[in-house]
Structure formats: C-alpha cells, structure tokens
Design a protein around this ligand. Sequence first.
Ligand code: AMP
Ligand code: MG
Length: 411
Amino acid sequence: MITIDEALDRILSEISAPRGEEVPLLDALGRASAEGIVAQEKVPGFANSAMDGFAVSGAALESGRREFRVVFDIPAGRYVGEPVGPAEAARIMTGAPLPPGVDTVVQVEHTTLDGDVITVEIAPAVGANVRDAGEDVDAGDVIFEPGALLGAAEIGLLAAVGVQRVRVTRRPRVAILATGSELVAPGQPLAPGQIRNSNSYTAYGQVLAAGGDPILLGIARDDLDETRRLLAAALENDVVITSGGVSVGDYDFVKQVQDELGVERRFWGVRTKPGKPMAFGVRGGALVFGVPGNPVAAMVGFELYVRPALLALQGRRDIYRPWFYARSAEPVRPSKDRTEVRRCLLTHDPDGILRFTTTGPQGSGILSSMAGAEALCFVPPEYPGGEVGTELLVTLLGGSAAERPPFQVAH
Ligand code: AMP
Ligand code: MG
C-alpha cells in the first residue's frame, strides 16, 4: 500500500493540459481561466477625484494661495476639456475626471464658500485625493495567470477592463456509479437487509463543488454483466467514480470488470484510515477512481484524491485545501500503520490559536460525523500520541490552496 503523497503523485502525473471554451463573462463565474488575461483598458481610465470637493492646482496651493474662483461644476461622467487656471477651482464629485490645469482635490469639509469663491481652510499635499489613471490596472498588465479561479472579484475585474467573453477551461464530465446489490435509491421501498444509496449523492455534491459536471449512472448490482455494462458507459466520460466493490469480498466485481474493460491500474490501496480500499487507474483519456463503499471513506477518498484531480483537469493550481496545524481538544492516541483522517470542528483557544474537536464517533460508516464537519485532521502513522493541546495537521473542508499539505509528516 502507498502513502497519500504517492497516490497523489501517481494521479497528477496522468493529467494533461486542460481544454478551453469561450463563454460570456457571467458564465465564467466559478470556472478557471484557460489563459493568462492581459488588460486592454486601464482602470481608472483617467485621473479622477477620490472625494467630493474642489480641484485646484497643487503648485498654487504650495505657493500659498488659498482663495480660488469656482469656474466649473463637474459631476461623475462629465468631461471638461478646458483648462482651469491657477487662481481657479472646479467643484468636482467623486469619480469625476480632473480637468486640465488641476491635480489636487481639497475635500469640501476643508473649504468655505462665499459666492463663487472658495477659501481653503486646510491645504492638502500636492496630488491629494486624486486617483491616478491606471493606478488599479494598467493596460498591458497581466491580471490573471492561466488556471485562475474566476470568483466574484475576478469577474468584476474583467468587467472593469471591458472583457465580455472569457476563455475558461472545460468542466470535466464525471460519471458516478454506485455498486452494491444492497443499495436502494431514496423513494424506493426498503426490503430487509437493504440500505439507501447515499454515496451517489455525496459524490454529486463533491463533484459539483469541485467544478465538475456530475452524471449519475445509478446503482450497479453485484453482478458481472450489470457492472460491466454500466462501467463501460461510465468510461465515455473524462472521469469515473465508482463507490464500493473495491474490497476483497466475493461480490467485489469492480477490479475484474476494470481489467476486462482495459483500465490500467495505477494503484489499489492507500495507507489511510478510513480510505484504505481506494483504487485509481486510467483508460484512454479517462481517469478511473474507485472510492471505498463506506460513506465516510467514500467522501474522504474523494476529498483527498478526486477533488485535486478535478481541479488539476481544469488547469487550477490551487488544487489542495488550506491547511495549518491546530491544537487537539482531546488526547490523541498513537495511530498504527495508517494515517488516520478524522472529521472535526474548529474553535479558538482564549489565546486565539485554533483548536479542533472531532465530530463524535469516527467509524467509516458514520456519515453524520461528516455532516457539518469543517475540517479534517490527520494523525500520521509514526505519531507517538499526545495530550490535550497536541498539534496536528488540519485541512479545511472549504477553500483552496496551491501548497500540498504535509500529510506524512509528524509535526
Ligand atoms: P463494499 O466496499 O462494496 O463492500 O461496501 C462497504 C460498505 O459500504 C458496505 O457496508 C456497503 O453496504 C456500504 N456502501 C456501499 N456503497 C454504498 C452506497 N452507495 N451508499 C451507502 N453505503 C454504501
Ligand atoms: Mg459492495
């Protein structure tokens, strides 16, 4: 059995350059940019006032002048091309372009007005309260690298530089197939010995959250022909996730059917708890994941391996989760030969340092321990155990980070 790092290395080495497609700006939300984006317009496009006030010559202020005659009134959106003289001022609103001849704005609260003459009571520095042309983005600036996630700020920035259509990377199509004769969909009657299929639903949510396009292929009973038929259909997609059927039981057909269909195995089994019966292979361009059947193990398997793969397929660089070390609220017993992955909640100690508390029973079938969990904590195999306050690696169950967490390292 291999480590989490080794498993990730083998998966990521199979991922080639993402394909792109052009979409309207708003449809790019939540997608990754397929290319570096160079601003064609500068922001702001012209020097403008950061305040409501009076635009005057900074040199005139510096030479001691305090009285100016107001010759223009400039709201946002109006351009005045005539110069303002050294003894003159323009009344100007926030965002309005500065006319020629002035470079400094005196905020209205620092002036008094008598007829059409203002007196500057508090003189600002030369250039004060003016936003320079291009101070946010200059034309020619690279605003995003390829693979950047286009969130609200990025979409706004693209709008600010006048972009209407964006080349984003394709969303991988991800087939989801549950295996097991005991499985029944919600809404169907439960016969004795049957259980609900929950893995298809958790996987659907996880795929969607990772930018993939989930395709539910239902349940394959533990039957060679049915498993073969459904897995063959699944292999038409970019990614396949099967759950269950990857242990060594008599009814675990996934391995055999994968072999028959030409899936080249890259690993089978990872040294984690939960998540040991985890499989990965490739066929043609398809990445084929077999996550364990137990509901928590299935989710952890997705979180650790499938999610980074889906993000990498979209050209993302921030394919991991934000991570840090945090203090345990409970004593931690030594782990054995596998990295233990526990679900937890985060709080802060009085000194502001993060503390994690596990979410009750941690069995790999206890899906309620995953619901509401904020983070995973990792207990590496060589961990000697520790008391309350002992520090362990914690990864968030939200957000993204470029740096891989040090899964294998005892802190
Ligand atoms: P398996 O790896 O197929 O032996 O499955 C391991 C455990 O996970 C068994 O208790 C299965 O009943 C359960 N399981 C498998 N698939 C699912 C599923 N889709 N939803 C919920 N539980 C499942
Ligand atoms: Mg099964």
